[in-house]
Write a protein that binds this ligand. Structure first.
Ligand code: SF4
Ligand code: SF4
Length: 164
């Protein structure tokens, strides 16, 4: 008798599409808001280090001089906090998981040569401006000191007793 109870369901399922997919033959379709992994648009990164400071797992590293951003995906829990706090919004949580690997390696992303060259030029310009400002400040201080010395000399000459 029990078989009669299941028969309608069995018959219905025979004509329905399977709910499973034949992964990996067919690519997996991830839900739009799934927390797969973190991606970076590295050329937009300003190497401020905010993501490194807020990451609860210590999974990130930023090297301002080399223009690199590194993530240890084995330590990342995809909390999305770094993406939330990035001032340039160049980090994002995207669907899709990373491929498994035999070794625990971190992934490093490097800025393009054009961006690195532009940043280097900016740094150089800023250093030159700072040096010029420092030189101007020193020159102004020296001029002020010379003026003060001159005034003191004039005052002492005026105060000196006259001999007849
Ligand atoms: S998603 Fe979370 S754990 Fe992963 S790198 Fe960003 S802040 Fe760190
Ligand atoms: S917070 Fe954003 S801009 Fe700052 S270092 Fe991280 S990825 Fe780059």
């Amino acid at each position: 008798m029990a078989i009669m109870q299941f028969a309608p369901t069995a018959l219905k399922n025979m004509f329905k599409k399977p709910v499973t997919t034949s992964y990996p033959a067919e690519p997996a379709v991830y839900p739009e808001r799934s927390r797969g992994h973190i991606e970076i648009s590295v050329d937009d990164c300003i190497s401020c280090g905010m993501c490194v400071r807020v990451c609860p797992c210590g999974a990130l590293e930023v090297d301002r001089n080399k223009g690199t951003w590194t993530i240890d995906r084995f330590n990342c829990i995809v909390c999305g906090y770094c993406a939330e706090k990035c001032p340039k919004k160049c980090l994002s949580v995207v669907p899709g998981y990373q491929e498994p690997g035999g070794e625990k390696v971190a992934a490093t992303y490097t800025k393009s040569p054009e961006v690195l060259a532009a940043e280097e030029a900016k740094r150089k310009e800023a250093a030159e401006k700072a040096a010029a400002a420092m030189a101007a400040k020193k020159a102004a201080e020296a001029a002020k000191a010379a003026e003060a010395a001159k005034a003191a000399e004039a005052a002492s000459a005026a105060e000196a007793p006259k001999t007849e």
